[in-house]
Design a binder for this molecule. Sequence first.
Ligand code: DAK
Length: 262
Amino acid sequence: MELKNIILEKEGKIALVTINRPKALNALNSETLTELDYVIDEIEKDDEVLAVVLTGAGKSFVAGADISEMKDKNVIEGRKFGILGNKVFRRLENLEKPVIAALNGFTLGGGNELALSADIRLASTKAKFGQPEVSLGITPGFGGTQRLSRVIGVGAAKELIFTGKIINADEAYRLGLVNKVVEPEALLEEAKTLANTIANNAPIAVKLSKVAINKGLQTDIDTALSFESEVFGATFSTEDQKEGMNTFLNDKKYLTGNFKNK
Ligand code: DAK
């Protein structure tokens, strides 16, 4: 597929995905969502890629779903658009490789919902966050009513969604929406360093940790802990577990960077 709105680059063990529609502040139209779906396919298939950094070109991460595309949609078309977005965001959330969102600027509406589908969020001091949908006569439609409250708590999520207010990066950090705030020039390097740190750990263990956390959040604590025991047990069938523990015992160091993903 020819990509018009997204750049996919590989740097060692990392895939760098840049939403690249700066003229529209990277607003998500159907074409961009379809491309993102394709990019997730490519990353999923590529065994060399062990972590993903997701960012935006220009002064915006993503300024929301594309209002000019949405405005004339009828019910059927609106539903189709919603289904596409939800499918892509869920795929990203469940991708068995960690995704770090490097939030460089406007992270609004569908953009904030995209960021919430990532595992870890880093923000530039210039980033702005919000769910302004109610100011447009709609509700958040790509998971905002669900994921935002899971990440920052119900009260804070309701305040952001009901008011539609825009907050800065420090406020987003205070609310727990982002893990860290860094200077704009440092953002991408910081995200890549974090991605590499993760990618240098045992890939199967990282993947299973993500699956256990995500699945556990959907269920009761007993089922979740039982699932944790299953995945913990499964790691003992890997070469990486044997080699990782032997290296530690014999050489007094971790195998970091040398795991085989087997
Ligand atoms: N959609 C389309 N175009 C956008 C856009 C957006 N969300 N945001 C910005 N743009 C375009 C602007 O129209 C402008 O285009 P031109 O006039 O140059 O052609 C260009 O990007 C530059 O924007 P500005 O000139 O406005 O730039 P400023 O720096 O002055 O302002 C801003 C930046 C981010 C404060 C402002 O652009 C703004 O307020 N943008 C809208 C932000 C917003 O309301 N975002 C939420 C969108 S609603 C659903 C699923 C999901 C959703 C809904 C339904 N279903 C289930 C169906 C999600 C909804 C949303 O995300």
